[in-house]
Ligand binder design. Structure first.
Ligand code: RFL
Ligand code: PHB
Length: 389
């Protein structure tokens, strides 16, 4: 088989790239290790920057998102029993949108399938060959039968544990990593959200986040120990702990119910450089990870896809390689800023096992500064709604 762009990974990055390129007449094949249902079963991000929303519309998959998503003009920051709001619209003229990763991935799958997109599921043993030559090809097996896909370019959209990043030799690749000494325990429940905006809450007992997917679907997280497993937490214990970590008025209003999903995610900051090697481009989680505190994971994947899509279109339509040659540099410039915001917001709101009394005072002073300074709120808002592409 032959295609123009071989895309490894059928998560949001790979599907969005495939859909955008298809609209410009560029042929792709998406190779996904799992099934469509498995990919859609993963509960992940919930907040979209306006840049991502635009990209979904540009890809022709914005209709359901526009009809069903919720616009959030701001967010709440709580500390102990106190709280204050940060209004994104007032500070930046922009909002964010609540629309789950599951839903946008479903929209992308539906569009690719309706338009005859080539998606291969259950692929195993993916190997990217000769990425540093003019004739790369990908080999893989399906049902034990080896296949070969020749292509002009390879987009590595296969997430943090994929093979694409590992294809870049260690002599070329440089990795930067920070692992945090805690995780997030998240639950999804068919209950109305406790508040109409997200609540990011600092507490003596550790961080908590109240988020949502729709009017009857809530997503809540609490900071947990890395040694915890979801089975250690009954629903009842989760709700009790959450209530202790948010201001009393919200705890009293909280509607609890059975969880329909419960999982733990470790927190990590990670960047690999460069994001291009020969004819291989890394996109999304394959190249970088942020802790979820700033809601930047999926949104940084989207900006990568924007840069790569534009670079490839410029190459195929105008014969100009400038965009693909500068892909890594452009993508990384934006990513490092999102890494900084996610790291800073994580540091601001979590309890650290080795935190000294001085460290605690610094955290409190920083929260108070954010509460009292319009300039600080503006900086937070600019980062949260997303820096320009
Ligand atoms: P994905 O979504 O991981 O998709 C990669 C796809 O590649 C497939 N794959 C392979 N396919 C073929 N061959 C191989 N060798 C392959 N290896 C892997 C996988 O099956 C998968 O389908 O990466 P992508 O597309 O770059 O999208 C990135 C986002 O998914 C990610 O940034 C966010 O979900 C991060 N993230 C969150 N971000 C937020 O903004 N807010 C959140 O609340 C949030 N929660 C999360 C998260 C990530 C999590 N992970 C990765 C553990 C919660 C979790 C649990
Ligand atoms: C979510 O709804 O899953 C979510 C929202 C905001 C975050 C992280 C996760 O910062």
């Amino acid at each position: 088989m032959r295609t123009q762009v071989a895309i490894i990974g059928g998560g949001p990055s790979g599907l969005l790239l495939s859909q955008l390129l298809h609209r410009r007449g560029i042929d792709t094949v998406v190779l996904e290790r799992k099934t469509r249902d498995y990919v859609l079963g993963r509960i992940r991000a919930g907040i979209l920057e306006s840049g991502f929303v635009e990209l979904m519309r540009e890809a022709g998959v914005g209709a359901r998102m526009d009809a069903e998503s919720f616009t959030h003009e701001g967010t709440v920051i709580a500390y102990g029993d106190e709280e204050f709001g940060i209004n994104f619209r007032e500070h930046t003229g922009t909002d964010v949108v609540v629309y789950g990763q599951t839903e946008l991935t479903r929209d992308l799958y539906d569009a690719r399938e309706a338009e005859g997109g080539k998606l291969v599921f259950n692929v195993e043993n993916v190997v990217i060959n000769d990425a540093d030559s003019d004739a790369p090809f990908v080999t893989y097996t399906v049902d034990g039968v080896e296949q070969r896909l020749d292509c002009d370019y390879v987009a590595g959209c296969d997430g943090f544990h994929g093979v694409s990043r590992q294809t870049i030799p260690l002599t070329v690749r440089r990795e930067y990593e920070k692992v945090y000494p805690f995780g997030w325990l998240g639950i999804l429940s068919e209950t109305p959200p406790v508040h109409d905006e997200l609540i990011y809450s600092w507490s003596e007992r550790g961080f908590a986040l109240c988020s949502m997917r729709n009017a009857n679907l809530s997503r809540y997280y609490i900071q947990c120990s890395l040694s915890d497993s979801p089975e250690d937490w009954s629903d009842e214990n989760f709700w009790e702990e959450l209530k202790r970590r948010i201001p009393a008025r919200h705890a009293e209003a909280l509607v609890t119910g059975p969880s329909i999903e419960k999982s733990i995610a470790p927190l990590r900051s990670f960047v690999t450089e460069p994001m291009r090697w020969g004819r291989l481009f890394l996109c999304g989680d394959a190249a970088h990870i942020v802790p979820p505190t700033g809601a930047k994971g999926l949104n940084t994947a989207a900006s990568d896809i924007h840069y790569l899509d534009h670079g490839l279109v410029q190459f195929y339509e105008e014969g100009d390689a400038e965009g693909i040659d500068r892909y890594s540099e452009k993508a990384l410039a934006r990513i490092w800023k999102a890494e900084r915001f996610s790291w800073a917001t994580t540091n601001l709101l979590h309890r650290y096992p080795d935190q000294s009394e001085f460290d605690l005072k610094m955290q409190q002073a920083e929260i108070a500064f954010l509460r009292d300074s319009s300039a600080a709120q503006k900086v937070f808002a600019q980062n949260y709604v997303g820096l320009p592409y």
